[in-house]
Design a protein around this ligand. Structure first.
Ligand code: GTB
Length: 218
């Protein structure tokens, strides 16, 4: 069955792989599921056709036959459950891998998003100077908890899983800030994720969208 996802026609991250379609592309690449991409403009995100797929008017969405999904956690879990390779077969290990997926989006991503919002969307607000140290401190606390748990392990819990895919995807958003470099084992973990051939293919695919938009605009 054809799988179609949506992605930004012109991603604000300029092809750096930080938009959330990258994690869905990565999951599809890991399991070897071919997919198509429908590029959506910012205006189209808020139009009825897209809102019927995504009530919050965002990317990515995932369509497969009659099934339409939104929310990357749910989409990656769906892919991982339908294909071998991203979730362990043993029930407890599988539950732990899913726990790491939730930890990525519910516990680690929020302080990372706060940092992005404070830096970009609220960069010109009068409270920025006062707020930024608090935002950075909360983020460092969270990374300071994740780092010893990861330790020198290759992945979070045994073999690479959808838990690592989500956690690495979330943490990669830190790259522009450089804060991850304060935690060498987290930096090495990100590098291992980025080195995976499936990640490389996903990154190249989203990068190609940016490059095509540059050529079209020039
Ligand atoms: N919780 C949802 C999920 O995980 O699927 C969040 C989806 C989401 O925030 N999508 C963003 C979106 O569609 C794109 S990824 N925003 C449009 C809108 O809300 O109107 C967020 C993103 C944007 C820009 C960068 N960047 O420039 O680096 C990185 C990530």
């Amino acid at each position: 069955m054809t799988v179609t996802i949506t992605a930004f026609e012109r991603s604000p991250d300029r092809g750096r792989g930080l938009s959330r379609d990258t994690r869905v592309r990565w999951a599809l690449e890991e399991v070897g599921q071919p997919y198509e991409v429908r590029l959506v403009s910012f205006e189209a995100l808020k139009e009825p056709a897209h809102l019927a797929l995504h009530p919050f008017g965002q990317i990515p969405t995932y369509e497969e036959g009659d099934l339409a999904l939104f929310e990357t956690g749910s989409i990656v879990l769906h892919i991982a459950e339908r294909h071998a390779g991203l979730l362990p077969k043993e029930a407890n290990a599988r539950a732990r891998a899913i726990t790491w997926m939730f930890a990525a989006v519910n516990t680690v991503e929020p302080p990372i998003l706060d940092l992005a919002i404070a830096r970009i969307q609220e960069g010109d607000k009068p409270w920025r100077a006062e707020r930024m140290p608090l935002v950075e401190q909360r983020l460092r606390e969270r990374l300071g908890q994740l780092s010893p748990r990861l330790g020198e392990a290759e992945w979070l819990d045994g073999a690479f899983s959808a838990g690592d895919l989500m956690m690495i995807s979330v943490l990669l958003r830190l790259k522009p800030s450089g804060i991850h470099e304060e935690f060498p084992n987290i930096s090495a973990y990100l590098a291992r994720g980025e080195a995976r051939p499936a990640y490389q293919r996903a990154f190249a695919a989203q990068r190609a969208v940016f490059e095509a938009s540059q050529s079209a605009g020039s």
